[in-house]
Design a protein around this ligand. Structure first.
Ligand SMILES: [Zn+2]
Length: 244
């Protein structure tokens, strides 16, 4: 299972690139998790373009899905090469149905606690703690599990879903001195605590603040956990395998 960070900038595009977006690939199947602002442009820069089979949207905040419309246009323009609808999955919400544009795209409503099969992946959805309904995804393939937390404050559902996973990609929107629990985000200490409680093999902090010094953020996380933690960088690729 190959995982590529397409965007990692929290809340808006910035000097760190596009907003939330992670590409997961296996057996030639490409599943995009979130498609915030700047995603489409980055997919072009990374020579991925329209080579997407499905898109899962964690929640309908623009920094997680605003490029979905652009991906639909991309499929229209590239229809000759990809004459199948781009499949979009998200919560049962009016915003989801705006993304149905047959034959170029189609949508499927999903919910927390749902188990899905999309391409070669088995996916468990879970609810995250955020001001609007939001999901995280545990993606299973070939005995491996990658967990994407979307947006949300530290919660039991997130800890449980990430338990012992091979790779955790989760938001770390705030430095340690800012309380994220009210806006439904995690700060550096929350992220470290998640790592300590869930014990992933490796963790990547994404949805990073657009201000300050990211090395300070990483230091704050590492001060509170022994987990192997890295900061997301756009274009970063991780190959998850059994001996990883
Ligand atoms: Zn959000």
């Amino acid at each position: 299972m190959n995982v590529k960070i397409i965007g990692c900038s929290g809340g808006t595009t910035s000097q760190y690139g596009a907003c939330a977006s992670v590409l997961v690939r296996a057996q030639g199947f490409s599943l995009l998790l979130d498609c915030g602002g700047g995603t489409s442009l980055k997919l072009d820069e990374f020579n991925i373009g329209d080579n997407l089979d499905a898109v899962m949207i964690s929640h309908f905040h623009f920094d997680h899905y605003s490029d979905a419309g652009i991906l639909m246009h991309k499929r229209l323009i590239d229809w000759k090469n990809h004459p199948q609808p781009l499949m979009l999955y998200g919560l049962d919400d009016a915003h989801l149905y705006e993304l149905r544009w047959l034959p170029f795209s189609n949508v499927t409503a999903i919910s927390a606690k749902e188990k899905l099969r999309i391409g070669p992946f088995e996916i468990d959805c879970f609810a995250t703690t955020h001001p609007i309904d939001a999901l995280g995804f545990a993606i299973h393939y070939d005995g491996l599990t990658m967990v994407y937390g979307g947006d949300g404050a530290l919660s039991d559902a997130l800890i449980q879903s990430a338990q012992g996973c091979d790779l955790l990609i989760c938001e770390c929107s705030l430095y340690a001195d800012v309380d994220g629990s009210k806006p439904g985000h995690m700060n550096a200490y929350d992220f470290a605590r998640l790592c300590e409680l869930a014990k992933p093999q490796k963790a990547i902090a994404t949805h990073l603040p657009i201000y300050g010094d990211h090395q300070r953020l990483l230091k704050q996380i590492r001060a509170k956990t022994t987990t192997d933690v890295a900061l997301a960088i756009q274009g970063m690729e991780i190959e998850i395998s059994c001996n990883y």
